[in-house]
Design a protein around this ligand. Structure first.
Ligand code: MSP
Length: 468
């Protein structure tokens, strides 16, 4: 037997200062879809997700809730787990940065960085403006009238002794690796942005805090804790290195954190002579009805709201069918309803119901493997999937469903004689099953149900997707 290909994908680990919302859901569903795609292809495909639990932001949020940071993180990370369960996210592990093995691997990693000389041996006094919302130092150009535009807060003046990672040393190597696609940064616009920034020059970065207890102590000086981003990035390596799947094939992230993943993280790995991730994909940000999603506006949508309305598979589908994955876009209930009704209730659901009604009048053993996939549109679908162009992959499927519908309306099988009808069904059902197979990463439960219906394993007349 040949070696099984592996595919190791990750989502960002989400901060536990916030409960899961449609933003986290978007990334996680997309990561699950691409992982399921590779699983279906026969790969040993694994998805890692989890929560980011250390740092000032979490310590502050816990305090606000009158809780100890760990107790607070326990509660919120459970909510993420519950949300992913409700969306049928098939992850291999839910990693928490407070997990013992992560703390151990992170400390070993930091020690290696120190031993290799990638960290300055002595801390230096650092003065800067720190935004807790971002968990990073802000440059004066990033602020508007001294205020962080994303969080509408004044960054904290910070002056303390910090250890430094010599990021500048990796400038040339990073530029070469990214421009040659040895590390693919996608889509192209993000790659250009990152290369542009690297060309302007990199500064060494502070990687420790002297006065923040809620973090992982530096192994070479336990009076300091690791800067939260540094240890958070290591989570991927905690799982990957312990389970023989390093390097990651894909870090799927929002465009807000592409810099950390495509510059700081690969530099850390270069510094300890480890392999770099193969791809970082930064998807777009979205608005809700044209407005930024925010607690103050009160337009935050939870995964529960979505599942209650569209069901599990319906939610997975509408999120990725709404607009191209790399781009910014807008979610509105109206538009999501429209996609759900057009593609699922009237599209796939109606098609299956019509043909199934005729299918049950006949007795024939249906051979599922007869759904041949050697078709040009299927090749297109695969290329789109592998480039994470979900919207376009789904477009191929939409077109095929439309064509099948046209054919059915032309032939009108319900008017045909028995034998003729049977022959038609034997020709058309494989096309439906092929569509079903290709939709499996998006609609795992529904696909299973359709396959069972046509193989005679279950009888069902309930609509797959009730109209909204
Ligand atoms: N904890 C860090 C990540 C560390 S990874 C080593 C973090 N957490 S976060 O909770 O803020 O999650 C940010 C991610 O959530 C984004 O990169 C994106 O994947 C997702 N999104 C949150 N809001 C979003 C939108 N409005 N639109 C699209 N994605 C969004 O950053």
């Amino acid at each position: 037997m040949g070696k099984i290909n592996k595919y190791f994908a990750t989502t960002p680990i989400y901060y536990v200062n916030d409960v899961p919302h449609i933003g986290h859901t978007y990334t996680t569903v997309a990561a699950d879809v691409i992982t399921r795609y590779y699983k279906q292809k026969g790969y040993d495909a694994r998805l890692l997700t989890g929560t980011d639990e250390h740092g000032a932001k979490i310590a502050e949020a816990a305090k606000k809730h009158g809780k100890e940071p760990k107790a607070y993180a326990d509660e919120v990370s459970e909510k993420f787990k519950k949300a992913w369960k409700s969306l049928n996210i098939d992850y291999i592990r839910f990693i928490r940065t407070t997990d013992e093995d992560h703390i151990k691997v992170a400390q070993e990693f930091l020690q290696k960085l120190y031993d290799k000389g990638a960290i300055d041996p002595k801390p230096r006094l650092y003065k800067g403006l720190y935004c807790i919302g971002h968990e990073k130092f802000m440059s004066p150009e990033e602020l508007i009238n001294g205020i962080c535009p994303d969080h509408q807060t004044k960054p904290i003046e910070h002056a303390e002794e910090n250890y430094y990672f010599k990021l500048k040393n990796y400038e040339k190597q990073l530029e070469q690796l990214i421009s040659s696609d040895a590390i693919r940064v996608k889509p192209q616009s993000r790659k250009n942005e990152i290369l542009g920034k690297i060309k302007q020059g990199l500064d060494d970065i502070s990687i420790s805090r002297a006065n923040l207890e809620w973090g992982i102590p530096l192994p070479f000086n336990k009076t300091h804790t690791s800067y939260v981003w540094i240890e958070a990035l290591i989570n991927y390596y905690t799982y990957g290195s312990q389970n023989g799947v390093w390097p990651a094939d894909l870090h799927l992230v929002g465009r807000d954190i592409v810099w950390f993943h495509s510059v700081i993280w690969p530099a850390m790995l270069l510094a300890i002579d480890e392999q770099r991730p193969k791809e970082i994909f930064g998807h777009g940000f979205f608005t809700i009805n044209g407005q930024k999603m925010s607690k103050t506006i009160g337009n935050v949508i939870s995964p529960e709201d979505l599942v209650n309305k569209y069901g599990v598979d319906g939610t997975r589908y509408v999120l990725l069918a709404a607009f191209p994955f790399g781009d910014d876009g807008d979610f509105s209930w109206k538009e999501l309803d429209r996609i759900y009704n057009a593609d699922l209730a009237n599209g796939l659901g109606n098609l299956v119901a019509r043909i199934y009604k005729l299918f049950i009048n006949h007795k024939f053993d249906y051979n599922l493997s007869s759904a041949s996939d050697s078709k040009l549109w299927v090749d297109h679908y695969k290329v789109f999937m592998e480039n994470l162009q979900f919207y376009l992959a789904l477009e191929e499927i939409r077109k095929e469903i439309k064509e099948i519908d046209i054919e059915i309306n032309k032939v009108k099988p319900w008017t045909q004689e028995n034998d003729e009808q049977k022959a038609f069904l034997q020709r058309i059902i494989p096309r439906i099953l092929l569509v079903t197979n290709l939709l499996q990463p998006f609609l795992p439960q529904t696909s299973e149900k359709i396959l069972q219906q046509f193989s005679g394993q279950i009888k069902s007349s309930a609509p797959l997707f009730p109209r909204i």
